[in-house]
Design a protein around this ligand. Sequence first.
Ligand code: ZN
Length: 134
Amino acid sequence: MQHIDHIGIAVKDLAISLPLFEKLLNTQCYKTENVVSEEVKTAFFQTGETKIELLESATSDGVISRFIEKKGEGIHHIAFEVSDILSEMARLKKEGFVLLGEAPKEGADNKWVCFLHPKNTNGVLIELCQTRPL
Ligand code: ZN
């Protein structure tokens, strides 16, 4: 695994949190994107090598709404950039980690992504991501 690509933060309302994080980080949001497959609306901020991804649920029963219901707003996942997501998935599976999905999915911000079940990672949802060629 390489550096932390981004930290995902679950928020109730992007319209409130997006300007809040622009003020906090003193940088403009560089991209908003709806990820239909994950039922989320996202907003990205660049902070050095690492990004902040705000996640708002696009539906009332999506993963982000359920997360906020259970735990409240806050850090949802940590994403590590990998150079070869397929070999990294195979390596982690062999080590006994549980992958959420057998194949990488198209994530936000031009990435192939795969999540690891947090039950094997001390309750932290880990995302692997690999930049997709444009
Ligand atoms: Zn993410």
